[in-house]
Design a protein around this ligand. Structure first.
Ligand SMILES: NC(=O)c1ccc[n+]([C@@H]2O[C@H](COP(=O)([O-])OP(=O)(O)OC[C@H]3O[C@@H](n4cnc5c(N)ncnc54)[C@H](OP(=O)(O)O)[C@@H]3O)[C@@H](O)[C@H]2O)c1
Length: 283
């Protein structure tokens, strides 16, 4: 299986390259259809993984002030991949975000069939708009190809990477007490590998079962990593004091993933495992 990764230098792209060590990762702007075509024709991949996108640095507030670049990476680029992969019958994988919902859907959690209901940030609006188009292409025009959309949510792992949710939370003096769905990256990549090998298409919510709040994660951080770490509780009402764009807080179901026989560990277990790894790296 020859795999080509776009966005190979990013947080997710690097992990995909670790998952598939023989994959190639040409440094191509995905919104440049000629460059994408040249890369696809040169490499002739069986699978393309789109790990390119703009998430903003230091956070999604950046996207509010850089709308053209955000559209180019999060909408134009994936549409170019849709076109160029379909022309060649290539199966491809896109990374969506669960941050297109707000709330817990009356306690049920949001499924892949629920329409996005969070419009509070430009980043989330670009991710939702792109997903809504890509999900219409479970296969290319001749039945080959097709798109698998993996929606993840506030990813974390046991590394010291700046993009790891745990690293981000340790930098905040105030953290939210709202419970959310999250994605533990070791479980995400195990699930992604199975879905890709089965050539699944359509949308999947790839989140760990259960919910946890950032505040609880930091309590566990204090317990397992650094007893001197200090932080306070931030309420949803106070969020606008510390962030330019709105933030999604939501609960997703992963029943569709379960129906594939793919189990992810409970989120609090995963958080504790990640924190133990972080503690080991810091000691
Ligand atoms: N990390 C999260 O919290 C999270 C959560 C849910 C979904 N996702 C999705 O996962 C994907 C990857 O995110 P990430 O966390 O790995 O972000 P990341 O670390 O910023 O990596 C994205 C990579 O894509 C590159 N890129 C940006 N625009 C591009 C373009 N037009 N053509 C080619 N490459 C381009 C970036 O390069 P530059 O640095 O030069 O811009 C960067 O190397 C995104 O679609 C994101 O929406 C991420």
């Amino acid at each position: 299986m020859k795999i080509l990764v776009f966005g190979g230098k990013g947080y997710m792209g690097q992990e995909f390259l670790r998952l598939f060590p023989n994959a190639v990762a040409p440094p191509v702007d995905i919104a440049d259809c000629n460059a994408v075509a040249v890369a696809l024709d040169a490499e002739k991949p069986d699978v393309v993984i789109n790990a390119a996108g703009k998430t903003g640095r230091p956070n999604i507030d950046w996207c509010e002030d850089h709308k053209e670049e955000t559209v180019r990476a999060n909408i134009t680029g994936p549409l170019v991949l849709l076109d160029e992969c379909a022309k060649r019958g290539i199966y491809w994988v896109h990374l969506g975000s669960g941050c297109v919902y707000q709330g817990d859907n009356g306690g049920k959690g949001f499924s892949e069939e629920d329409a996005p209901n969070f419009r509070g940030s430009f980043y989330s609006r670009t991710k939702a708009a792109c997903d809504e188009i890509l999900r219409e292409f479970p296969a290319g025009p001749d039945g080959t190809g097709g798109v698998l959309i993996l929606r993840l949510r506030m990813p974390f792992d046991g590394s010291l990477h700046e993009r790891n949710l745990i690293s981000k939370l340790t930098k905040y003096s105030r953290v939210l007490g709202t419970e959310n769905s999250l994605t533990y990256l070791p479980d995400f990549f195990a699930a992604a590998k199975v879905l890709i090998e089965r050539r699944k298409t359509g949308m999947y919510h790839v989140v760990n079962p259960g919910v946890i709040s950032p505040y609880r994660i930091m309590e566990l951080y204090r317990e397992l990593v650094d007893p001197r770490h200090t932080f306070e509780r931030l309420t949803l009402g106070e969020l606008s004091q510390v962030a330019k764009a709105g933030r999604s807080n939501c609960v997703l179901t992963n029943e569709k993933l379960l129906s594939e026989g793919i189990k992810m560990r409970p989120v609090e277990t995963a958080v504790k495992e990640a924190l133990s790894a972080v503690a080991g790296l810091k000691s």
